[in-house]
Design a protein around this ligand. Structure first.
Ligand code: 3HC
Length: 303
């Protein structure tokens, strides 16, 4: 499978200036792919320590991308890195950072109150033309957008981890999203090298709606003692062609993240058995075993 690190796609869409709110894993990736495609990017995070990490993580990841794009040409790789990085600015001030934005992509923590507070402020500060999007993986786009006066210029733009590698972008419409907004978001996704699919504003959209219950079923299989985590992972890689098995993926995305999504959906849709969180996941999270980031989840990691 040839992964798409395209940096040459022409930007024939209205978005030139992007503001990404949140300098975590997803925010850094979104900022990086936008800059690689020639956009002017501002990454916002209230925490200066996070912003420093954002900068370092973009630098590391873009170096990997440059190596892949310009294998035998170190000068071209260097130019690609320098030019891309020169397009990224860092700011602690969200309101100021949206003043020139054509598109705002929010990638802060999955907390509806915090997202509401943010979007209320951004709605006041951004010009009327600015499109708003959330990269939420589990909350409702309509509920997030409800506090703004620009629901017609609001949509979901859901990326996948690792953003520079995963080729998919889910573009989510709410009933109020106009065709112009939707088309601009699709064009932007294409311009930054992603393949876009469209989904209604439903829990988990397409990928997480299928992936989360699948991972939960794997965990319940482990709880029952039907097979080991290792064997389930091998089975899904070799028998179904997944790049990672469900437990490797759970460790990669973070057990706390997975549990948070399931708990939220279970509370909101108690009758849907597919959203029942497995006990084993809750136990590991309680023990602080959150996956790769803490050195242990379903597996132990040495580095
Ligand atoms: N930045 C830049 N390049 C990266 C990278 C990063 N962060 N991570 C990996 N790469 C590149 C590597 O440099 C490597 O390039 P090469 O082919 O030129 O050597 C290539 O990607 C493959 O990486 P690795 O050799 O290190 O390892 P793998 O071949 O195992 O691939 C993987 C790693 C891409 C993560 C692959 O295992 C995979 O696709 N896993 C599944 C990921 C997945 O399902 N993500 C979705 C999660 S759900 C989600 O994100 C939704 C959210 O809402 C929670």
């Amino acid at each position: 499978l040839k992964r798409n690190f395209s940096s040459t796609t022409t930007l024939n869409n209205i978005v030139k200036n992007v503001t990404v709110i949140g300098g975590g894993l997803m925010g850094s990736g979104i900022a990086q792919v936008s800059a690689q495609a020639g956009q002017n990017v501002t990454v916002v995070d209230v925490n200066p320590d996070v912003l420093k990490k954002t900068e370092a993580s973009i630098q590391t990841s873009i170096t990997r991308v440059a190596k892949k794009l310009h294998k035998d040409d170190t000068a071209a790789a260097k130019k690609f890195i320098e030019e891309s990085l020169s397009r990224v600015k860092y700011s602690p001030d969200a309101q100021k950072a949206v003043e020139q934005a054509d598109l705002v992509v929010e990638a802060i923590v999955e907390n509806l109150d915090l997202k509401h507070d943010l979007f209320k402020r951004l709605d006041e500060a951004a010009p009327a033309k600015t499109l708003f999007a959330s990269n939420t993986s589990s909350l409702s786009i309509g509920e997030i957008a409800s506090v703004t006066k620009r629901k017609d210029r609001f949509g979901g733009l859901h990326f996948f981890n690792p953003v520079p590698v995963m080729r998919l972008l889910e573009v989510v419409r709410i009933p109020e999203t106009t065709d112009d907004t939707y088309e601009a978001m699709m064009a932007w996704g294409k311009a930054i090298g992603k393949t876009c699919i469209t989904c209604k504003d439903t829990p988990g959209f397409v990928v997480n709606r299928l992936l989360v219950p699948y991972m939960a079923e794997a965990m319940k299989m482990l709880e029952r003692g039907d097979a080991s985590a290792e064997d389930i992972d091998i089975a899904m890689k070799l028998g179904a062609g997944y790049p990672m098995g469900p437990f490797e993926l759970a460790d990669y995305t973070g057990l706390d993240t997975g549990l948070f999504i399931m708990d939220g959906w279970h509370k909101k849709f108690p009758d849907n058995e597919l959203f029942n969180p497995p006990e084993i996941q809750r136990k590991l999270v309680k023990e602080g075993k959150l996956g790769r980031k803490t050195g242990e989840g379903y597996y132990k990691y040495t580095k």
